[in-house]
Design a protein around this ligand. Structure first.
Ligand SMILES: *[C@@H]1O[C@H](CO)[C@@H](O)[C@H](O)[C@H]1NC(C)=O
Ligand SMILES: *[C@@H]1O[C@H](CO)[C@@H](O)[C@H](O)[C@H]1NC(C)=O
Ligand SMILES: *[C@@H]1O[C@H](CO)[C@@H](O)[C@H](O)[C@H]1NC(C)=O
Length: 335
């Protein structure tokens, strides 16, 4: 028994490595199936070599295709966008493939899978849009101009890949022994779920085995890497005792009594709590929260799922939630 459990872990770890090099054909493939210790495992070839229970269901490119990506991010290559030509579907699918064996976009049935992709991309869209509270350059211009005229305020996701006018270099000396700032490197916000600060670049770099501490600029040069860092953040708890955004969203998390008293329920609202804490949550229906929620709802509609599937206010939002980590800065932090 012990040996097969270890072998199973090894298979999952192996698929993570091999998925990094997946490329090419994004059409559906037929799964190979085997049974290990009474559990059904599947292998879908290029989509991630290796056996995972998550491959027995649809994979992301089965239900989320190029035209849907183009639909969601229809304005990203317009001349006024700041990351023209940077983001594309292939980068997203290649990055996602690294985490599909762990359940990203492959957990639950098709409805839950589509909802998770809408939720993840809702966060991404809101943080990389004209209207983003974090990347708010041109915000005033846009409110009077482009947004309402062409496609509404939620059609502008992936128009940025970096913070435009950083007010600081985001180097926190407290972490100088683990993640010392590299001379000349700047740790301003970059990516799909923007990474800020030396310690966050360091932690993401460790996980992805890329030297982001010395080369934070890689994130704004490589869309696959930028999406990988974002999906890693989504899949990884900030603290070991807390759920990841993925676990909170798909319901792979049992709230404690303290969670329930703090109004933290499985669902989209809690993902905002995990990623942004009290800068977004526990302050009622504020703009910073509504922008993220609205992007999610907009994507649910465009994907044909429909915003009604997002659930009631207390599940969809974190307006009344107590933050998991009350004294966090206004950015995603590592443990
Ligand atoms: C596969 O999909 C079914 C429903 O279609 C779901 O019950 C099951 O949990 C899914 N498997 C995994 C590993 O998420
Ligand atoms: C971009 O990042 C991915 C993932 O780390 C890597 O496989 C790929 O080689 C990188 N592309 C370039 C042009 O460096
Ligand atoms: C309960 O939640 C609050 C706020 O999130 C936190 O400060 C406190 O440490 C938690 N208590 C326990 C026992 O987890």
């Amino acid at each position: 028994m012990k040996i097969s459990a270890a072998a199973l872990v090894a298979v999952v770890a192996l698929s993570v490595v091999l998925c990094a090099s997946s490329d090419g054909d994004y059409s559906s493939t037929v799964a190979k199936v085997k049974i290990v210790r009474g559990k059904k495992l599947c292998d879908k070839g290029w989509k991630c070599k290796g056996w995972s229970k998550y491959f027995c269901n649809l994979t992301i490119s089965d239900y989320f295709q190029t035209y849907q990506f183009e639909n969601l991010f229809s304005k990203r290559n317009t001349p006024v966008a700041h990351a023209v030509g940077f983001w594309d579907y292939q980068a997203f699918i290649t990055a996602a493939a690294l985490f599909e064996p762990l359940g990203f976009g492959t957990t639950g049935g098709k409805l839950m899978q589509m909802k998770e992709i809408a939720a993840f991309l809702g966060h991404v869209g809101s943080k990389t849009s004209w209207k983003s509270p974090l990347l708010f350059v041109h915000r005033i211009a846009i409110l009077g101009g482009y947004s309402v005229a062409t496609g509404g305020p939620y059609a502008w996701g992936l128009c940025y890949n970096r913070e435009m006018s950083p007010m600081q270099s985001y180097c926190d000396d407290y972490y100088k022994y683990i993640y010392p700032c590299s001379p000349g490197a700047e740790y301003y916000g970059r990516g799909a779920l923007p990474i800020y600060w030396n310690y966050n670049y360091g932690a993401a770099g460790d996980a992805l085995k890329v030297d982001l501490l010395n080369h934070p600029e890689y994130i704004e040069q490589n869309a696959t890497l930028a999406f990988q860092a974002a999906v890693w953040r989504w899949m990884t708890p900030i603290k070991k005792s807390q759920p990841s955004a993925h676990q909170a969203f798909v319901g792979d998390w049992k709230p404690t009594k303290n969670d329930t008293l703090s109004k933290r329920f499985p669902g989209f609202g809690t993902t905002m709590n995990i990623l942004y804490g009290e800068s977004v949550c526990g302050n009622g229906d504020i703009d910073a929260m509504n922008s993220i929620v609205s992007h999610y709802q907009y994507y649910l509609d465009l994907m044909g799922v429909g915003r009604d599937e997002a659930g009631p206010h207390e599940v969809l939002t974190c307006a009344e939630q107590v933050a998991f980590n009350p004294i966090q800065p206004a950015v995603t932090a590592s443990s």
